[in-house]
Ligand binder design. Structure first.
Ligand code: FE2
Length: 317
């Protein structure tokens, strides 16, 4: 028994209405003030006002009440206090400062949109009609929040918190433990935490149906603001997901992704597939199987100094 769901995130930004309106134009549904969902899930993102852009909370689920007690005990053993009821736990990330909320439950399943008829050289499944992908009225918006990537100035403490304390399962690691992919669902990663000078949200990622849907959603954002493009479209090595990275109006990087690796046999993955030495300790690990890799816009966070100053004011590195 363990964590079993990455439910939603809370972002704090300078202009929450602007970000909310952006996501409403790109497929989110406002469920109440500052709370946005998709057609599949009532809540995927809560947007609040903050003096700088940052992740302010993550909401997870676990299987049963014994998990709440187990997680509280493990957190205590690494010096992190938590507030619990029999079915909920709340604590604060000791390095990054955002709140973690856990409740007994499970993510709402996404609805089945049916097979997407396609034609491969050896498998023709669409006859005598055009693909739905060319019909703009059939755009398929994001389904769910899939993962976040966080930079940490104290990677040792962060790894202890997420993997020993909360119990994220490790999927892959960069050499020297400088970055670790972790999961609470079957996704290859619901979290990547990597070493950084300042604690910050590198990006949040929204899952869409398939390769076409990455293109459809990314193109719609581009049409509105060509400067929102960062990198894409490509396919990652670790996680295998198709990606398109963009910037939202609040300055946060986000990713539309599809076709990630999924793991339902933890032992098989750990013994046969998992890597713990990706890249080298001195050079950035390669991230793309094909497509454009990290560029200047991806690596250089334009408002890093502002984030560093705002965090310092809160006593955070
Ligand atoms: Fe990502």
């Amino acid at each position: 028994m363990a964590l079993n769901g990455f439910l939603d995130i809370e972002l704090s930004v300078k202009n929450p209405n602007e970000l909310g309106a952006f996501w409403e134009r790109h497929g989110f549904i406002r469920t109440s003030d500052g709370v946005y969902g998709t057609a599949d899930r009532a809540t995927v993102m809560t947007i609040k006002e903050g003096d700088h852009r940052h992740l302010s909370a993550m909401h997870l689920s676990c299987v049963d009440e014994s998990d709440i007690a187990d997680i509280a005990k493990r957190l205590e053993s690494i010096g992190v206090t938590s507030r619990t009821t029999s079915t909920t736990l709340e604590c604060t990330d000791p390095v990054l400062g955002h709140v973690i909320r856990i409740e007994v439950g499970a993510p709402t399943p996404v609805r089945d949109s049916g097979p997407h008829a396609g034609n491969r050289p050896t498998e023709r499944t669409r006859w005598n009609r055009r693909t739905a992908s060319i019909d703009p009225s059939k755009r398929r918006p994001p389904r769910r929040i899939g993962h976040v990537v966080l930079g940490s100035p104290d990677i040792k403490a962060s790894n202890a918190f997420y993997f020993e304390g909360l119990g994220y399962r490790i999927s892959d690691q960069f050499a020297g433990s400088s970055g670790t992919f972790g999961r609470v669902e079957t996704d290859h990663h619901n979290l990547l935490i990597h070493r950084a000078r300042v604690g910050y949200l590198n990006h949040y990622a929204l899952e869409v149906d398939d390769f076409d849907a990455v293109g459809e959603n990314g193109s719609a954002v581009m049409k509105e603001n060509p400067d929102s493009h960062i990198i894409g479209v490509g396919r990652h090595l670790l996680g295998s997901n198709i990606y398109w990275y963009m910037r939202d109006p609040s300055g946060n990087m986000f990713e539309f992704f599809a076709d990630m690796d999924h793991i339902n046999d933890d032992e098989h993955w750990a013994n046969n597939v998992r890597r713990s030495d990706w890249g080298s300790p001195d050079a950035p690990a390669p991230v793309e199987a094909w497509g454009p890799g990290p560029n200047e816009a991806f690596m250089a966070i334009p408002d890093m100094e502002e984030i560093a100053q705002a965090r310092a004011k809160r006593g955070l590195a």
